[in-house]
Design a protein around this ligand. Sequence first.
Ligand code: HEM
Length: 415
Amino acid sequence: MSGIPSAEGFDSTLTLLRNPYGFISQTCRALDTDLFETRILLRKTICMTGSAAAKVFYSEDKLVRQGSMPGRIQKTLLGEGGVQGLDGAAHQRRKKMFMSLMGTEHIAALQGMSLHMLDNYAPDWEARNEVVFYDEVREMLTRAVCAWCGVPLPEAEVATRTAQLTSLFEDAGAIGPKHWAARLARHRLEKWSARMIQQVREGELQPTQESALHVIATWRDLDGAMLSPKVAAVELLNVLRPTVAVSVFIVQTAHALHRYPEWQEKLRNDEGLLEPFVQEVRRLYPFFPAVAARVESAFEWQGYRFPEGRRVLLDLYGSNTDPRSWDAPLEFRPERFRSRAENPYDFIPQGGGDHYTNHRCPGEWIAISQMKAFCRYLVNDIEYDVRDQDLELGTGELPPLPENRFIMRNVRRRG
Ligand code: HEM
């Protein structure tokens, strides 16, 4: 049995921060391997890329999540006690709660709410000279997802809640004041969210039975007990936050329509291309670089030994652009999704494996449905110019967005 190849240097934290989307796949390629060992934040870590690596990463018996997430990410992005840190039967039970929200009709209802927002916002865009598209989408999605979840959102709170939810996913990985801003946002949001959970339990708030607020407030874990208000608050935010984060994918969709303008006409003429188009955006535009787990008990894979307790990082972006799985992987080619057989391990922008038994994102259908709705609206319902601006996606921030957040001008509604 051979040892796992090592990356250069003692610790790779800085190299990873400088090149979050390329570090793992490029190092693997240089070492001609699917995996290598290094230190991240001084902790020994095995980094892996590609579909074979994803398959082992998602084998429930080998790798677990408890204790794998850096504390600073838990205190901002995820919160403590949520589904992301559970394993085995406890995870499967809690995951059912999220999956019960993902019925086709329920997701269509959320899409309808966003389309309603678009119709409400578009006249205002027409009246303005310029529109910062990302800011508009974040606000629309905050309104839509709160309504969908049964969360009351007074008009006076819209801007604050939008900013707080954004801070959780934009500032989580930051160092310094932004990180502290994200912690404060989490503290305030959890207080708000826990109060609503209590109000539902006391009958003061009566959201519909199928709404996320009702489902989470009344959910019982394996021990038969309801979630503590704090954990229920974390789980409610696990629906609100990432749905607002879909704004990133939507701006990336607008970016792709601008960069590949020939697709606008194609999409107008053939509805069937909408899904391949947004899938290609999810594959090629960077969002989550990697996910983390921990070795439960020592095992061997491909002749390499994974010692107990070792942290393992799976490269999501590099797997989505792995030349072994994708022809011309860095080219934007939505057609590739027209006839592609589904494989749970090679297309993993929101994690891989099985939605029920693994940690794969339960919100994939929400993301796809929202992206399709906004994409269809951009190509069919409005015309706009894209202001001359730097449209490079700065990889200095996670997730990467154009510096000016995609400014549109001269928005006109089509007749
Ligand atoms: C903005 C687009 C989104 C991206 C890029 C994204 C990405 C991810 C990723 C990478 C994971 C981790 C997978 C793993 O650990 O193996 C995840 C998990 C999760 N996502 Fe999403 N997600 C998005 C949208 C959503 C939406 C709309 C929801 C709403 C329900 C959601 C809820 C969750 C939850 C609850 C988990 C934890 C699942 C578990 O631990 O079993 N996400 N997501």
